[in-house]
Ligand binder design. Structure first.
Ligand code: IPE
Ligand code: IPE
Ligand code: MG
Length: 251
């Protein structure tokens, strides 16, 4: 049976997050420069977005560039930013036609102006779409986000708009970049690395983790579907004895 037919559409993860890793190693394996891997990874993004939209996933968060990635050689950073700007330019109309809503998390102001401008325009254009939400994490890291949230809340306390006792999980959630998103149900990391690399540390508390050795430029629809099938075999307990996600949400 084809992989897609094995997916139970009644039990889809609402939010899937992906650490798209392994571009450099993929290129090196072919004796090419790392940037060739980044270029090839754009096709994997395209295929994954299509895969997610086809089965009815609501939110897809893609880790594209971390705060720490700024410390890579300048040439790699510049080429990555150029690629990103080009990809937004090339893909936005197609995304819009397919009812996809684009959003972003991270320090967008730190991106080169041409890139942040394109991104903001694409977000604005697609803001009314009601299909899949694709959320790109750019110049993002979880510690940056949590520190920023702490600063925002501290300011409210200092201005006496709230008491320290008012600081609860809901307020923390609202102060995060992901305020409008549900927590991820499934996290996929490609390239065989078994780590989180400063991604969504607050939001991943009860997320199911899925690691695959596939390098990002080789990642296609079938790999995405395999991850969903694996997820659907698991029992999520949220610290309780036997329980389902919908019951937790109501609790
Ligand atoms: C992921 O691939 C893309 C970014 C982090 C921008 P890498 O560039 O990290 O590739 P590897 O992990 O070195 O193979
Ligand atoms: C994580 O990959 C960041 C992105 C995929 C954007 P890295 O390649 O930067 O992470 P490490 O260095 O392997 O932890
Ligand atoms: Mg990497």
């Amino acid at each position: 049976m084809d992989l897609k037919q094995r997916i139970n559409t009644e039990r889809l993860p609402c939010h899937v997050a992906i650490i798209m890793d392994g571009n450099g190693r993929w290129a090196e394996q072919q004796g090419k420069e790392r940037i060739f891997g980044h270029e090839s990874g754009v096709e994997s993004v395209r295929d994954t977005v299509k895969a997610a939209a086809e089965i009815g996933i609501s939110y897809l968060t893609l880790f594209a560039f971390s705060t720490e990635n700024w410390c890579r050689p300048q040439k790699e950073v510049d080429t990555l930013m150029g690629l990103l700007t080009k990809a937004i330019d090339n893909e936005t109309l197609d995304l819009h036609k397919n009812n996809v809503r684009l959003q972003a998390i991270g320090d967008i102001d730190s991106l080169p102006f041409s890139c942040s401008k394109q991104l903001r325009e694409a977000i604005e254009l697609t803001s009314g779409n009601t299909g899949l939400t694709v959320n790109v994490a750019l110049s993002y890291s979880a510690r940056w986000e949590i520190t920023k949230a702490a600063r925002k809340i501290a300011r409210k306390v200092a201005e006496k708009r709230i008491d320290p006792e008012d600081v609860d999980q809901e307020l923390m959630n609202e102060a995060m970049e992901t305020a409008r998103l549900p927590d991820p149900d499934l996290l996929i990391r490609t390239s065989g690395e078994l780590r989180i690399s400063n991604f969504l540390l607050w939001q991943l508390a009860y997320t199911e983790l899925y690691f695959t050795p596939v390098l990002w430029p080789d990642f296609r629809k079938k790999h995405f579907y395999q991850a969903i099938i694996d997820y659907q075999r698991r029992e999520r307990r949220f610290g309780k004895v036997e329980c389902h996600a919908d019951e937790v949400k109501q609790a």
